[in-house]
Design a protein around this ligand. Structure first.
Ligand code: C2E
Ligand code: CA
Ligand code: CA
Length: 721
């Protein structure tokens, strides 16, 4: 049936029509109303014809009233309706009564007796119509939904708050450049925040993080550190807090502070949550500030403060390692004149250049600092009792004495150096500084351009070494050296098979000086290279003669210092090439080396030794038994002879441990294809014990000391007989 929509106006009841309650229609009846009331709903009844409305006590109760306190009539409802809800009530009822809406249901707010608002669900339905279908009467319910509404409202505001918080947190993270990531160890997934992508200069389109691939954004050293920390972590530990170096997708390095929270389940890590904050700038600034506080801005050298830090550190290290430490105070001579006559710009240039030269004289591990003005300090670390300072001191003096080209001006200055040594001169910094200062003034007073030690004895020792080196240079030029030869005999027969070349120095004023005195000075000054070459040439001349006159297989041993191995020979000067040029076989010469050379050898040294061996030169291991003494290790180098040290031979008696050891060395050496020479054989008993132990060759005063050529030849002839 098509229903004609009809005009409807809301029947706001006239006060006079409110006096009587309407009886419920027969079809609804009282039991129905009671059932509704029992369920907690209020019931209302609206006569559309008269406009009368009645409300059940339950509804009144909802609003805090007793039944008699609210009379009947539409006014009872509308006067308590929230004004803002009136339009909705009007619209809903109009839509329903006109047939445009299927039902009449809406939430409204009603004024409670206590002044608050109560949420009421209004539900209504037409219960009678006229013949045309026009509604005559509506009956409905009121349900108190205040609690539900409040809960809903509460939830909504909670959600809103949460959303706000999340938003604010994200804003804050973006503002603070705080990135985050989450690694789910169970699912094996990684999630990055937007800011994390921004920090690492990539986008979710370009990179999808995975547990394996994220490590490429962490610098290797930092990665190792995180993994170690994560492995060591225990469930009760606080979050890890560390500074890490990251590498962005564009290859830029940056530093972040990371707070890493580990989530545990039954002692197993299940998640790692990280918050990451870019601190590159902060670090750079901190570095710049540190740099300013610790370095001299003119020369770039460490300043007084930095020097003190280093000195404290080095003194601790030296104490622990029982090493010495030298502190050098360097003052430029005549700097004031340059500054006064040429001006401060030139003065500054001079200081910068002087700093550069001083730095150039030192090892990486030494410190050169500027104390202010024209004063510099040098810290020489890791000195052993045998390291000699005079080489470095001379280098420093030479560097400062060389001409300074400042623009168009040529300037000459020099340096005065005061030296003090920890711990022999003092153990605390103040005293050491005072000593160095005093020594520096002594150098100035003695005429500048020189060094002075705080301790007179040290000064004397250094000066005598300096003189010795100076004399060595002269000796080489003036042929004050001689080579003597000590026979090396076949222990079984006494026949001379070889000789060791030993250098002798006849000093013009001091008389003969033993190699044990001057070889170390020659090594420290580098003169050993020239000296060694001279000895080698002498030995080669001699062996060529003796191969003809004494024995076609005669060999001469030449001692070769480790310093000679470190030195790169000039082209055409290697031993092999020199032998080749004379038409001699490599086997004419035996190079005597010490274990130290093999143990601490660099690749270059090993290579030079190898090339000697491949050239046929034989190699003998000198002073065996005093050092590391591992034959199996030495075997790797194809050594031909082992020389048992004379200290060892000196104590040879029957049934001595030294004899047992000698026997063991001889057996092992033979097993490994090496022959054995015993040094320092002075007695017949020693020789006999060595012979019975299977020793191949002997050398020592029992046979002969080192001899000049003519005497050596005479000895050989007598030994043959
Ligand atoms: P070294 O290589 O161990 O040389 C053996 C030393 O023992 C020589 O001392 C020799 O004279 C001495 N000697 C020989 N027989 C006996 C003995 O029966 N008893 C005792 N107590 N000593 C004996 P020297 O000539 O004073 O040489 C000392 C060290 O100087 C040598 O020890 C060697 O390391 C070095 N040296 C000598 N000449 C040269 C050389 O031309 N070049 C290099 N680089 N070093 C050399
Ligand atoms: Ca030797
Ligand atoms: Ca020796």
């Amino acid at each position: 049936m098509d229903m004609e929509p009809f005009e409807y106006s809301l029947p706001i009841a006239s006060p006079d029509a409110t006096d009587t309650g309407l009886p419920l229609p027969p079809e609804t009846g009282n039991p129905w109303r009671l059932a509704l009331e029992g369920s907690g709903m209020g019931v209302w009844d609206w006569n559309l014809v008269t406009g009368d409305q009645s409300h059940s006590p339950r509804w009144k109760d909802m609003l805090g009233y007793a039944d008699h306190e609210i009379g009947p009539g539409a006014q009872a409802f509308f006067s308590r309706l929230h004004p803002d809800d009136l339009p909705r009530v009007e619209a809903a009822s109009a839509a329903y009564l006109s047939g445009h809406a299927k039902d009449y249901t809406l939430d409204v707010r009603m004024r409670h007796k206590n002044g608050g608002w109560q949420w009421v669900l209004v539900h209504g339905m037409v219960v009678s119509r006229d013949a045309q279908g026009k509604p005559l009467r509506v009956i409905g319910t009121h349900t108190d939904i205040t609690e539900r509404k409040l809960t809903e409202e509460h939830l909504r505001s909670l959600n809103q708050e949460l959303a706000d918080k999340t938003r604010r947190l994200q804003d804050m993270q973006a503002m603070g450049r705080i990135g985050g990531w989450e690694l789910d160890l169970v699912a094996g997934t990684v999630v990055w925040t937007d800011e994390m992508y921004r920090i690492l200069e990539t986008t979710p389109q370009d990179y999808q993080p995975t547990a394996e691939s994220t490590s490429r954004f962490i610098a290797p050293a930092s990665f190792t550190r995180i993994m170690a920390a994560v492995k060591q972590a225990k469930p009760q530990d606080p979050a890890l807090d560390m500074e890490l170096e990251l590498v962005t997708a564009k290859g830029r390095n940056l530093w972040v502070q990371m707070v890493l929270t580990l989530v545990w389940a039954q002692d197993q890590q299940v998640k790692r949550l990280a918050m990451v904050h870019d601190i590159t700038e902060r670090r750079n600034t901190a570095n710049a500030i540190w740099q300013q506080a610790h370095f001299d801005s003119l020369t770039g050298l460490p300043n007084r403060r930095m020097l003190r830090d280093r000195l404290e550190q080095e003194i601790r290290k030296s104490r622990r390692d029982h090493r010495q430490l030298a502190i050098l105070f360097i003052d430029l001579d005549h700097f004031k004149e340059v500054n006064d006559t040429l001006g401060h710009d030139y003065g500054d240039q001079l200081l910068v250049e002087a700093a550069r030269r001083l730095r150039g004289c030192m090892r990486e591990t030494d410190t050169v600092a500027r104390m202010g003005g024209d004063e510099f300090t040098v810290l020489l670390t890791e000195l052993t009792s045998t390291s000699h300072l005079e080489g470095v001191l001379q280098k420093l003096l030479d560097a400062l004495a060389a001409v300074f080209q400042l623009g168009d001006e040529q300037v000459f200055v020099s340096g005065s150096i005061g030296v003090t040594v920890y711990p022999s001169d003092g153990t605390d910094i103040e005293n050491l500084y005072k000593n160095a200062d005093q020594a520096m003034y002594a150098a100035k007073a003695a005429g500048r351009n020189r060094f002075s030690f705080f301790t007179p004895a040290m000064q004397e020792a250094v000066l005598s070494r300096v003189r010795l080196v100076a004399d060595l240079r002269v000796a080489l030029a003036e042929r004050q050296f001689r080579v003597e030869y000590q026979p090396i005999v076949d222990v079984a027969t006494g026949a001379v098979r070889k000789a060791e070349a030993l250098i002798r120095w006849q000093h013009p004023t001091r008389g003969p000086i033993g190699p044990a005195t001057f070889i170390p000075a020659a090594e420290a000054s580098g003169l050993i290279v020239a000296l060694g070459e001279w000895i080698f040439r002498e030995a080669v001349e001699q062996v060529a003669l003796w191969r003809g006159s004494l024995d076609p297989n005669f060999q001469i041993s030449v001692n070769k210092s480790p310093v000679q191995f470190q030195h790169q020979p000039a082209v055409g000067e290697s031993w092999i090439e020199q032998l080749g040029a004379k038409g001699l076989a490599g086997g004419c010469i035996v190079a005597e080396i010490t274990e130290g050379l093999l143990l601490g050898s660099s690749a270059a040294v090993t290579e030079r030794l190898q090339s000697l061996l491949t050239g046929g030169v034989q190699v003998s291991l000198d002073d065996f038994g005093t050092g590391y003494s591992s034959l199996s290790y030495l075997h790797k180098f194809d050594i031909d002879f082992v020389k048992i040290d004379k200290a060892f031979v000196a104590n040879l008696t029957p049934a001595s441990t030294d004899l047992a050891l000698c026997k063991a060395i001889i057996v092992m050496a033979h097993e490994l294809g090496m022959m054995v020479v015993a040094e320092g054989v002075e007695t017949v008993q020693q020789r006999d014990l060595l012979l019975s132990a299977g020793c191949d060759f002997g050398q020592g005063y029992l046979f002969a000391a080192a001899l000049p050529v003519a005497e050596f030849e005479a000895y050989c002839r007598s030994a043959q007989r």
